[in-house]
Design a protein around this ligand. Structure first.
Ligand SMILES: [Zn+2]
Length: 252
């Protein structure tokens, strides 16, 4: 690290758990962020400010006026622009030292596999079950850790599926692919702006800890937030031996 970097990241380096080594791990890391919306905004901002060296951010949408209430990486002037371009601009203004790869596309299939295999960590900031399940499968297959978050109305949830641990549960252990999980889009259900910020910020914290090798992540636990009463619960989660995704693969 040069002098500017030592200054920029000094408040991390001061943390005994982090030190120069933890910060260097962040600088050498590649995070794949799926979604540049309510959750993706705080995730991308914190990963950028904290110096994750390479951040690939995927989203096929353009910025809409209805996004700005909570998607704090975008600005009014960006309405109509691709979300990933808007996000990249804000991230690089915050930290020009990192590399941001903007992908304005809906990734699936081989493309998703290729991207997941190239990343050290995947942060799921998507808003639908099809993408969450596809990402979960790809992460199980490549043993890539997955930081998953969701937010709707006043409710939020976060978990970490760390597939480097063969005993780790996967997303489908909790929410089976064949289950009756219906998408609850914010456009229909509404969402309290700071809920996306709280959930996304917890996802960012878990991502940075995992990359730097600091502390204990939410792996094996699910955090549930009710912002209407501001209650947070953390429940244990275990692997479903009959899970159609992780019980058939080689990660066990
Ligand atoms: Zn599973």
């Amino acid at each position: 690290m040069n002098d500017d970097q030592l200054l920029r990241y000094s408040r991390h380096i001061l943390l005994t758990e982090f030190g120069v080594e933890g910060q260097q791990r962040l600088l050498a890391s590649h995070a794949l962020v799926i979604g540049a919306g309510g959750l993706g905004s705080p995730v991308a901002l914190y990963l950028a400010s904290a110096g994750v060296g390479r951040i690939t951010i995927c989203d096929a949408d353009t910025v809409d006026l209805t996004n700005l209430q909570r998607q704090i990486i975008h600005r009014t002037a960006s309405v109509g622009s691709p979300k990933v371009e808007s996000a990249r601009g804000t991230m690089l203004a915050l930290n020009p030292e990192i590399t941001v790869v903007p992908l304005s596309e809906r990734i699936a299939g081989e493309r998703m596999d290729e991207l997941v295999s190239s990343a050290d960590v995947v942060v799921d900031c998507s808003d639908n079950f099809a993408t969450r399940h596809a990402l979960n499968r790809a992460c199980v297959n490549h043993a890539t850790p997955l930081i998953s978050g969701a937010a709707v109305r006043f409710d939020g949830q976060v978990s970490v599926y760390d597939f480097r641990n063969p005993a780790a549960a996967c997303y489908a252990c909790l929410f089976p692919e064949e289950g009756e999980n219906e998408d609850m889009p914010c456009a229909v259900m509404g969402v309290f702006a700071p809920v996306t910020g709280i959930v996304g910020t917890i996802q960012a914290a878990e991502t940075l800890k995992l990359l730097a090798g600091v502390g204990e992540t939410l792996s094996g636990r699910l955090l549930l937030l009710d912002a209407l009463t501001m209650q947070i619960r953390v429940v244990r989660i275990t692997r479903d031996e009959r899970c159609s995704v992780c019980s058939k693969t080689a990660h066990g």
